[in-house]
Design a protein around this ligand. Structure first.
Ligand code: EPZ
Length: 427
């Protein structure tokens, strides 16, 4: 196990290159199952979750090759040799559920372990299962597995109304519908940029899709999809994380290869907090600079895109701990996504949690401490707090962090932060 030690009090100045989005790369990788031709993906981030999904795909017979230097991944699903995504792999990475729709569409059957819950919530997959059943799949749940079989002639187009906005369910059904017989309409679909990126890749592969980025997506099934090359969209959550880091530490930070269209929801709240964001369309970059001596507290509620993303909630809470005044953070997507709060309190933050809301009263300074990462975004919120805390902060269990942030120690050190990765001493 490893830990990160951060020595607080250093401004961030300079440039950071934003990586391809984890939450786009994962569904794009499962889309390879939909075609017998090789799919090449560029800008695939070198992350633990990407490696975990490769292991699941390899188990199905998909050949994968990834070069961490060029960030290029090729996937070849010419021969699907198994339709089983086993518990020991799916439990490592719940987004493995995204092989379900493509397997049913291309291969006609699938046996995928139920992903189970995780630290931030129960995270059921009922919307995925109900939608596929509406497309004619026979689905049974046995011994913790989803056993699914497409009808003899293949999945059929259907009108699917999602009871809740779900990123994963939208992606699974979007992919399944590309090869279904007839037309599928997804109502109350999720609108995240990662779904648009997946859809654009599917269209380039020959799929017939309208309505990407809206809450109604229409897919006309086609007989086959072809292999292409696609570049993964920039990671808006990584960009938002570094924007908040610079807002906290002060300094002037430019993020290269960001996709500014996808962080507009940050402009208004961060402006209110006293942060300026200057976009440079030509260079696909965005420059962040705090324009007040001290940030101001703001109230934020997480919502599906284009609202404020739940994946930036922990980072925002960190930012509010040292703001002037108070801010209310309300989490509407997941039922247990405040686990960073007790750890921030150990660093001297003043946070009161009531159900799905947390009131953060700003304090002049945080104090470095030993803290524990509990989930991906909570981990990075503790790193952000360490960047501004007095003294040294050690974040333990940083395997959570490595799931979703590529080279974060190097990226932050490169713009003036003082931090290092260390081995955990034997207990
Ligand atoms: C995706 O998870 C992201 N993961 C999450 O990012 C992100 O937080 C989430 O979308 C919301 O934006 C990937 O893209 C790999 P949902 P997903 O289905 O698809 C409930 C990160 O930190 N729900 O949109 O699992 C669910 O419990 C991760 O990068 C059902 O009830 O999220 C949740 O309350 C964390 N039934 C809400 O919907 C279902 O069948 C939204 O979940 C599916 C979901």
């Amino acid at each position: 196990m490893e830990k990160i030690r951060i020595y607080g009090g250093h401004e961030l100045n300079g440039h950071i290159d934003i990586s391809g989005a984890k939450n786009a790369a994962l569904p794009l990788m499962t889309a390879a199952i939909l075609t017998g031709e090789p799919l090449t993906l560029n800008r695939v981030p070198d992350l633990k979750d990407v490696g975990s999904l490769c292991a699941v795909l390899n188990k199905l017979g998909v050949k994968t090759a990834y070069d961490p230097a060029s960030k290029r991944m090729t996937l070849d699903a010419t021969n699907i040799t198994s339709c089983v995504a086993p518990y020991e792999l799916v439990s490592q990475m719940r987004a493995s559920i995204l092989v379900l729709g493509p397997l049913l569409a291309r291969h006609g059957e699938a046996k995928v372990s139920l992903p189970g819950g995780c630290a931030i919530g129960s995270r059921p997959v009922d919307l995925h299962i109900d939608g596929l059943a509406q497309m004619g799949a026979e689905i049974s749940l046995e011994d913790g597995y989803i056993n699914a079989k497409a009808p003899a002639g293949g999945l059929k187009g259907a009108q699917i109304h999602f009871a809740k906005v779900s990123v994963g369910a939208t992606e699974n059904l979007l992919m399944a519908a590309t090869l279904a017989k007839g037309t599928t309409v997804l109502f109350n679909a999720a609108r995240e940029p990662e779904i648009v990126d997946l859809g654009e890749c599917l269209i380039a592969m020959g799929a017939d899709i309208q309505g990407l980025g809206t809450d109604k997506i229409t897919i006309r099934g086609v007989s086959a999809l072809k292999g292409i090359t696609h570049a993964v969209v920039a990671d808006r959550i990584e960009a938002g994380t570094f924007i908040m880091a610079a807002a906290m530490t002060g300094g002037t930070l430019t993020l290269n290869h960001a996709d500014n269209r996808h962080i507009h929801y940050l402009l208004e709240p961060l402006h209110k907090a006293g942060v300026s964001l200057t976009e440079n369309e030509a260079e696909h970059s965005i420059t962040v600079k705090r324009v007040r001596d001290r940030l101001r507290g703001i109230d934020v509620m997480t919502e599906p895109y284009p609202g404020f993303p739940t994946d930036l909630q922990a980072q925002l809470m960190s930012m509010l701990t040292i703001a002037e005044g108070a801010g209310m953070v309300t989490e509407t997507i997941f039922e247990n996504r405040f686990m960073h709060a007790p750890e921030l309190i150990r660093m001297g933050a003043n946070i009161t949690v009531h159900g799905s809301s947390a009131l953060v009263r700003g304090v002049p300074m945080l104090k470095g401490a030993d803290v524990m990462a509990t989930d991906l975004r909570a981990s990075v919120s503790l790193v952000l707090a360490g960047l501004v805390a007095k003294g040294a902060t050690t974040v333990h269990r940083i395997y959570h962090l490595d799931r979703g942030y590529e080279n974060i120690v190097e990226k932050l050190s490169g713009v003036g932060a003082k931090l290092e990765r260390l081995k955990e001493e034997a207990a």
